[in-house]
Design a protein around this ligand. Structure first.
Ligand code: E4P
Length: 216
């Protein structure tokens, strides 16, 4: 299972990368706005940290032609840039055109299995169902992942499923049990995944006992 980090914060990206558990980065306009920085310099800094892993950057146009133009500009920032395209009929047109130009795409804002099916048919490299936002409106987001993974296995689609809008470690656990290809995870949740109270208690006890050992 691959882990992407879901942030536009360079420090978080650096820390996740140094931990050795990060296989890519996803951003969106809201995450970028949170950094309160000039877009170009922020993206340049992120690309300077991560050269060898996919970085998803999102388009903001609503017409296919606009999305294609933006995607071409973004993809010039590096070979590892993946362009995030919203799940609309215009988005599907853009994905098809970008696939034929060799530009990788990540279909975003996917909330139903049939949307995922369409994005896979259009040839999207990655597909991002947002589970936390479904949980927020009292629908079980993880059921969507189960359905999409089943459909993709039924037909051998090549698109990889990115479980997105992850809010806590149980989301990651359930995504892994289902066999989703990727989870894109906020830095805070990556840290939470690493923690266990018995680990902390164990370290403390070992250190205490270490102090009791006579040393030269
Ligand atoms: C995914 O690519 C999105 O950036 C992200 O997971 C959205 O998460 P949110 O619902 O917490 O905003």
């Amino acid at each position: 299972m691959k882990f992407f980090i879901d942030t536009a914060n360079p420090d978080e990206i650096r820390k996740g990368y140094e931990m050795g558990v990060i296989d890519g980065v996803t951003t969106n306009p809201s995450l970028i706005a949170k950094e309160k920085r000039d877009f170009d310099s922020l993206i340049k800094e992120i690309c300077g940290i991560i050269h060898d892993l996919p970085i998803s950057l999102e388009v903001v146009g609503s017409k296919a032609e606009e999305m294609i133009q933006e995607a071409q500009t973004l993809s010039r920032l590096g070979d590892n840039i993946v362009v995030k395209i919203p799940m609309t009929t215009e988005g599907l047109k853009a994905i098809k055109a970008l696939v034929s130009r060799g530009i990788k795409t990540n279909t975003t804002l996917v909330f139903s299995p049939t949307q995922a099916l369409l994005a896979a048919k259009a040839g999207s490299t990655y597909i991002s169902p947002f589970i936390g936002r479904l949980d927020d409106i009292s629908q079980t987001g993880m059921e969507l992942i189960e359905q999409i993974v089943t459909i993709f296995n039924n037909y051998d689609f090549e698109s990889e499923v990115i479980v997105a809008s992850i809010r806590h470690p149980i989301h990651v656990l359930e995504a892994a049990l289902i066999g989703a290809d990727i989870a894109t995870i906020p830095y805070k949740v990556i840290e939470q995944l690493s923690k266990h109270p018995l680990t902390d208690i164990g370290i403390e006890k070992f250190l205490e006992d270490w102090k009791k050992i006579p040393k030269n």
